[in-house]
Design a binder for this molecule. Structure first.
Ligand code: NDP
Ligand code: MG
Length: 359
């Protein structure tokens, strides 16, 4: 079993008298730094001039250039996009990374794949919250926390472990749970999770289901509600109590269909694809591809993103959500113009229902 840590295992005092530079003020940078500050720690933000600089200033943070922030701090948490960390590290961080400083990450990509090679005279650790930055912030404000992973790549000071736990406490993670892993394990599982299941798997599954229904002549709105909208209701039940919990809430018919048809949708071909995807992560093929893609200004990334933005499911989704009050706050004001495609012939009618508790 993995080593687990909670509030009592971490001493935030380890960070008293030390200054933390959070480099970047995006999703993680904002969430983590505001929490650290509210935990009574000395935090500065390292940035270039621009959108994030203005946002951090507006939030009342001490903002300075990356080089200046590194120079003035003992602990440097790099929260830049993974693909730009290497260049910023070499130009603005490394020159000021003097003896006994502590270099931190929230994802192991750059260390594990050798994009950043820190000097041996500093600590290199990871504190990686398992949730987006706004959740890191929101949970903290509610007195809770997002779980985090910690890992030690280099322990020059002999204090790396204590610093990692103290930082995890500072962002609220020990209120949930902190698990200890390695840079390799975090990097490979994180990439695999987002590619095969969380981002890649789910979007492809939803699109495949949507296209199958629409191609068979069903109304796109129906297809949207069935395969995209209801995903959240099912995922919430799985999140709260696992697969068994979800199955307690859906009908017996749904459960039988789930058990017998699911493995046909994700069959042998998908297992083989997942193994190949994992191998590409493990042997560095994916990392090289993504780094090279960035060097040539992301032609594949841009083309595929644009193609999906134009997908019918996105158009239909805007229309359907504009009809539901719970989406008004974020999307209600956007003008939506949509001419529904003529539907061939609705072969069958199916009621849309939320999963109701079984008697
Ligand atoms: P974002 O893209 O949200 O934010 C990046 C920040 O870096 C922005 O403030 C941006 O500022 C700044 N920045 C970009 N380039 C430069 C530069 N050359 N010089 C100075 N500042 C720059 O990143 P994330 O928060 O998503 O990711 C940060 C790290 O956290 C990554 O390692 C990621 O893997 C990890 N992580 C992210 C999670 C998430 O949910 N997003 C979850 C767990 C880990 P500007 O406005 O100037 O562009
Ligand atoms: Mg992840």
């Amino acid at each position: 079993m993995m080593e687990k840590y909670y509030e009592a295992d971490a001493d935030i005092g380890v960070l008293k008298g030390k200054r933390i530079a959070v480099i970047g003020y995006g999703s993680q940078g904002r969430g983590q730094s505001l929490n650290l500050k509210d935990s009574g720690l000395d935090v500065v933000i390292g940035l270039r001039k621009g959108k994030s600089w203005d946002a951090a200033t507006k939030d009342g943070m001490k903002v300075m250039t990356v080089a200046e922030a590194v120079k003035r701090s003992d602990i440097i948490q790099i929260l830049l996009p993974d693909e730009s960390q290497g260049a910023v590290f070499r130009a603005e961080i490394l020159p000021h990374l003097t003896l006994n400083k502590c270099l931190m990450f929230s994802h192991g990509f750059n260390i594990h794949f050798g994009q950043i090679t820190p000097p041996s005279t500093v600590d290199v650790i990871m504190v990686a919250p398992k949730g987006p930055g706004f959740m890191v912030r929101r949970q903290y404000e509610e007195g809770k926390g997002v779980p985090a992973l910690i890992a030690i790549h280099q322990d020059h000071s002999g204090n790396a472990h204590k610093i990692a736990l103290a930082y995890a406490k500072g962002i609220g993670a020990t209120r949930a749970v902190v698990l200890e892993t390695t840079f390799r394990e975090e990097t490979e599982t994180d990439l695999f999770g987002e590619q095969a299941v969380l981002c890649g798997g789910i979007t492809s599954l939803i699109k495949a289901g949507f296209e199958t229904l629409v191609d068979a002549g069903y109304a796109p709105e129906m297809a949207y509600l069935e395969v995209l909208h209801e995903t959240k209701l099912i995922v919430d039940l799985i999140y709260e109590g696992g697969l068994t919990n979800m199955r307690k809430y859906v009908s017996n018919t749904a459960q039988y269909g789930d058990l017998t048809r699911g493995p046909r949708v994700i069959g042998e071909e998908s297992y083989i694809a997942m193994q190949e995807i994992l191998e590409e992560i493990q042997n560095g093929t994916f990392a090289r591809e993504w780094m090279l893609e960035n060097l040539v200004n992301r032609p594949v990334f841009n083309a595929l993103t644009a193609a999906d933005e134009d997908h019918l499911i996105e158009e239909v989704g805007r229309e359907v959500r504009s009809l539901m009050p719970q989406f008004q706050k974020t999307e209600g004001k956007k003008p939506v113009k949509l001419v529904m495609k003529p539907v061939a012939k609705p072969a069958a009618k199916k009621a849309v229902k939320a999963p109701a508790k079984k008697k």
